[in-house]
Design a protein around this ligand. Structure first.
Ligand code: GTP
Ligand code: MG
Length: 322
């Protein structure tokens, strides 16, 4: 793995002109704890959340943009080079792999959203098992980090799925590292710490199931929306960074809004609004169908056509069914 964990000189937010200790503290309390977060903030949000005048907020943001290395241009050639190292992890279903252009892609975030029981957690369990398989079988021969926010990881299910693939269940279980996240701050911290685990184990798949549940229950109502989006944005960028450094797949789950009064009106809309929508590279909407079947629809992909396919959830895990 690239040894680029060494950071260039890190400026603190106090280093910015116009940010004294009191302001710095207010900013930190509201999640603006590094230059990049400030650099991409909107003056209005900053002003509302940290209680600084909008004019000062704009100045702070402008300064943060100078200090933080925002203008990171890459040539098309460099991006193409980086994309050559992209690898695909099988989902277990050929149909779903095809919909995704070959499977879960590394250096990207893939989001599954849908109502309860739509199969999100099942797909995450299957991905975890698959990542441990050798490349010939569509895996990465790697370890897995799973951030579990709803306490839905089930080793028994991993054992079933492993047996269905003729894998040694104990060996598979040993490679899946589960971290229970107790609240959104804990979840963010685990995201930041993922790199530490990746130094010890070859982690090529990072799962967050569910990405949004803590944020949703902790930040209720319009008043806290900006702060929630801010933190979610930071968390997702930590995940994206991990995916590029470790050439890893990031797979996350998301619920749909069942509270049109609080969220965005459409009860089938995913939680997290634009922040999640813009940071997830692939978004798949799952719907229940008959007899353990699920309909998966790809939406908003940067280069794949929109489309739908059918997968099967059974004892064996995620397959195409018959
Ligand atoms: P929430 O987290 O509640 O939003 O739902 P989810 O989308 O994560 O749903 P999950 O992946 O937990 O799907 C649960 C469904 O998967 C169950 O209702 C079953 O239909 C199916 N399922 C889970 N385990 C098995 C199994 O061992 N055999 C079969 N046939 N189906 C299973
Ligand atoms: Mg679930």
């Amino acid at each position: 793995m690239p040894e680029d964990e060494e950071q260039p000189k890190k400026y603190r937010i106090e280093d910015l002109p116009g940010v004294g200790e009191a302001t710095a503290e207010k900013l930190r309390e509201n999640g603006y704890d590094d230059l990049m977060t400030l650099a991409v903030a909107s003056p209005k949000d900053l002003s509302d959340l940290a209680g600084v005048a909008e004019g000062s907020a704009a100045k702070i943001i402008a300064a943060a943009r100078k200090f933080a290395d925002v203008g990171n241009f890459e040539t098309g050639e460099e991006i193409l080079e980086r994309r050559k190292s992209v690898q695909k992890l099988t989902t277990g279903s050929k149909n779903l792999d095809a919909l995704l252009g070959g499977g879960f892609e590394t250096q990207a975030i893939t989001e599954f959203f849908g109502e309860f029981g739509s199969g999100k957690t099942q797909i995450m369990h299957q991905a975890a098992v698959n990542a441990t398989m050798p490349p010939e079988a569509g895996g990465f021969d790697s370890d897995v980090l799973m951030i579990d926010t709803e306490n839905t990881f089930r080793p028994e299910r991993i054992i079933q799925m492993s047996k269905a693939k003729n894998l040694d269940p104990d060996a598979v279980l040993k490679r899946i590292h589960v971290a229970r996240a107790y609240n959104s701050h804990h979840q963010i911290l685990l995201g930041e710490r993922a790199a530490e685990l990746a130094k010890e184990f070859p982690i090529r798949l990072l799962i967050v199931d569910s990405l949004t549940s803590h944020f949703r229950s902790e930040y209720l109502g319009r008043g806290s929306l900006a702060e929630r989006q801010q933190l979610l944005n930071r968390h997702m960028h930590d995940l994206l960074r991990f995916s590029t450094i470790y050439n890893a797949v990031i797979a996350v789950t998301n619920q749909v809004s069942a509270r049109p009064d609080v969220f965005f009106g459409d009860p089938t809309a995913p939680i997290g609004g634009n922040v999640v929508g813009h940071t997830a590279t692939f978004r798949i909407y799952l719907r229940k169908s008959k007899g353990g079947k699920r309909i998966a629809r790809l939406i908003d992909s940067p280069y794949l056509p929109e489309g739908e396919t059918v997968i099967q959830i059974s004892e064996e895990g995620i397959t195409d069914g018959v």
